[in-house]
Design a protein around this ligand. Structure first.
Ligand code: NAD
Ligand code: DAU
Length: 353
């Protein structure tokens, strides 16, 4: 019996697959459409592992997912597949509705039919884990308590609205049909294989390339950063011991403003790759037009996960960001590979020439 990981060639999905094969015995089938964000290079180190199967395809292709579920006797689905970048959702929401809403619906339908046909013990053991985001809860005031699992949904971007819709579908498939689902809502991840359209890898690579470091608005928006392997261990824990139908928030307890994050990266790079004449990468910071509808603050209360399932992050921001910067410096070939024509076109649209 295997697990099916959708979106397993993306940032978190590929980290999860590598982490899974290190810690668990069960084989993994990755289903990924390989959009601009999916990169088979992320999984290169396990290509020879007999427990690993890769299938290129769309979660919205119900015939394909039905076949994969049956052929591989899938015992759990972990659904990472999504369009994930807020700025892209603002420029073009259509793909977000298609994959995040319609795709999740089609996948749930395939799972419902497959799960309904299993024998009683396999039905009990089956899990559908939906990987979601803290952004569905909206934006917090500076002094508001962190998001708990019962915080009301107030998504503000087409991305977060599409994720919220998918969360509601997942919930409904449990409530109505009894499908044993689990949902995790996680804060901002960072670490290896992070596509350089997102804040941390963009700042590292722009700094090294001598380009501007584009900070939106006043740079005081707050995010709660979690090192990606901590997210992976949380998902493994929820899959193993989470209660079907329940929601678990995952977070790093690392609230920082964007300016603090950029400052940390610049200080680290100043030490690791010093610029001539004592100059600092900080001089490359450029304040640019704010993101429309930019959420001011996210913060996750992950105490339920700690209390019920004994999960805690292993990395602090200091240790995680050090590993991340070291990884980008040590992997110029990966960076070169992702900086494709498609990516350059996106950068030109988003930031101008
Ligand atoms: P990503 O954009 O790096 O990867 C998404 C992957 O999904 C890519 O490999 C892409 O090819 C694949 N994909 C897209 N559409 C598909 C489709 N229709 N069928 C099959 N595959 C498809 O995203 P990520 O940052 O790794 O995020 C993964 C999941 O985690 C998403 O659901 C996201 O909402 C959620 N999440 C992300 C963060 C974060 O900080 N990155 C935090 C919380 C939750
Ligand atoms: O909170 C979880 C979410 O985190 C995930 O659900 C999303 O998939 C993921 O992309 C991430 O969303 P954010 O919008 O928070 O991440 P991003 O890296 O795009 O931006 C982080 C912050 O940095 C945000 O306040 C916007 C700001 N920013 C971002 C970019 C790309 C800048 O100031 N400049 C930039 O160039």
């Amino acid at each position: 019996m295997a697990i099916l990981v959708t979106g397993g060639a993306g940032f978190i999905g590929s980290n999860f697959v590598l982490d899974w094969l290190t810690h668990e015995q069960q084989p993994v089938v990755v289903l990924d459409k390989l959009t601009y964000a999916g990169n088979p290079e992320n999984l290169k180190s396990i290509h020879q592992d007999p427990r690993f199967t890769f299938v290129r395809g769309d979660i919205a292709d119900r015939a394909l997912t039905s076949r994969l579920l049956a052929e591989h006797s899938i015992q759990a689905v972990v659904n990472f597949a999504a369009e994930s970048h807020v700025d892209r959702s603002i420029l073009g929401p259509g793909e977000f509705i298609q994959t995040n809403v319609v795709g999740t619906f089609e996948l749930l339908e395939a799972v419902r039919a497959y799960w309904g046909g299993l024998d009683a013990s396999a039905r009990d053991a089956f899990r559908f884990l939906h990987v979601s985001t803290d952004e569905v809860y909206g934006s917090l005031d500076a002094d508001a308590p962190a998001f708990t699992e019962t915080h009301r949904y107030e998504p503000n971007s087409p991305y977060s609205a599409s994720k919220a819709a998918s969360d509601h579908l997942v919930r409904a498939y449990h409530h109505t049909y009894g499908v044993p689902v689990l949902t995790t809502n996680c804060s901002n991840n960072y670490g290896p294989y992070h596509f350089p359209e997102k804040l941390i890898p963009l700042m590292i690579l722009n700094a090294l390339a001598g380009k501007p470091l584009p900070v939106y608005g006043d740079g005081k928006n707050v995010r709660d950063w979690l090192y990606v392997t901590d997210h992976c261990s949380a998902i493994r824990r929820v899959l193993a011991a989470g209660k079907p139908g329940h929601v678990y928030n995952v977070g790093g307890n690392n609230e920082m403003t964007n300016l603090e994050v950029v400052q940390t990266l610049c200080t680290m790079l100043d030490a690791l790759r010093p610029l001539p004449a004592g100059r600092s990468y900080w001089e490359q910071v450029t304040f640019v037009k704010d993101r429309p509808g930019h959420d001011r603050r996210y913060a996750i209360d992950a105490s339920l996960l700690e209390r019920e399932l004994g999960w805690k992050p292993a990395e602090t921001f200091e240790s995680g960001i050090r590993k991340t910067v070291a990884w980008y410096l040590a992997n110029p070939q990966w960076v070169e590979g992702v900086v494709s024509g498609n990516y350059r076109e996106w950068v030109a649209r988003q930031y101008g020439s």
